[in-house]
Design a binder for this molecule. Structure first.
Ligand SMILES: [Zn+2]
Ligand SMILES: [Zn+2]
Length: 290
């Protein structure tokens, strides 16, 4: 009994810590700034000078790249899905479900790994990659709700781009390989297809985890049952200095990776080998408050 009470008191303290130290995302009125003083020197939100500077770096060229990637990826997804349906054999459904589940778990790990890498290392000043691919990660920490104001293309362009090589290769294999070869590789194909779908959907799921108004009921149901990233769960990542809970697809791996101290261990190895400290660029942008 005492033990249970201790546990619930402990989780209440933890929840309060998360809520007090991350941005008030359920506030629709321009986020957390209430007084003029807070607006002049905000820790988070669209009034943050660093966030405004980062938002202005979103270029027309970048927008074009995202648009091309979204259309290419959707065409490849639809084409591959038709091929998968054509080759699907009902008696193999358990293998297909297992392969699909492994694909989802891999996508969650990949989301954590890429997110951790982009948050923790390198700088927005890096040629090409910095402005185009690291900028959104920096912006997201100092203005977390900016993602809710991004449209479908800006939200999903980069994730869709990542899956094009895999989906393109799959499409080519369906076109050129014999029926027997396709059947031999069918479980692997299903694994890769679900991996690609969930990698593509990751930032949309992430956007939903920051959206406190007007979400479709089925999305809230999926969040509440932790089938996709829940809102309070993701808020643990948004407690400065943003050093844990990097997985943003389903979030299933966050707890076990935290338990084994996976990210601190990787950071320790990198700092030991290179001398670089994690999150120095992220910290620099967080300081540009006014
Ligand atoms: Zn982050
Ligand atoms: Zn986030």
């Amino acid at each position: 009994m005492d033990f249970d009470m201790g546990l619930s008191a402990c989780s209440a303290v933890k929840d309060r810590h998360i809520l007090e130290n991350s941005m008030l995302e359920d506030d629709p009125n321009e986020n957390s700034a209430i007084s003029q003083e807070q607006k002049n020197l905000p820790r988070w939100g669209p009034h943050h000078k660093g966030a405004q500077e980062l938002a202005q770096l979103y270029s027309k060229g970048k927008r074009s790249q995202e648009t091309v990637c979204i259309y290419t990826c959707i065409i490849l997804m639809l084409a591959n899905f038709c091929f998968i349906l054509r080759h699907f054999q009902i008696e193999r459904w358990t293998t297909v479900v297992f392969a699909a589940l492994c694909g989802i778990i891999t996508a969650d790990f990949a989301s954590g790994f890429v997110h951790w890498g982009a948050d923790s290392w390198c700088s927005v000043d890096l040629p090409v990659i910095g402005k185009n691919f690291l900028r959104p990660f920096r912006e997201h920490h100092i203005d977390p709700t900016s993602i809710t104001r991004h449209d479908f293309i800006e939200t999903n362009g980069d994730n869709f781009m990542l899956t094009i090589p895999c989906l393109g290769r799959m499409f080519w294999d369906f076109l050129t390989k014999s029926n027997e070869e396709v059947q031999n590789n069918f479980s692997w194909t299903c694994y890769l297809f679900l991996l690609a779908i969930f990698v593509s959907m990751t930032n949309q799921i992430h956007k939903w985890s920051h959206t406190y108004f007007g979400l479709p009921r089925w999305v809230v149901w999926l969040q509440d049952h932790h089938i996709i990233l829940p809102r309070l769960h993701h808020r643990i990542h948004h407690v400065a200095p943003h050093e844990t809970y990097f997985c943003i697809t389903t979030g299933w791996l966050n707890w076990p990776l935290e338990k084994i101290q996976f990210w601190p261990f990787l950071e320790w190895v990198i700092t030991y080998l290179t001398g670089y400290k994690p999150r120095t660029d992220d910290f620099k942008w967080a300081q540009k408050r006014a």
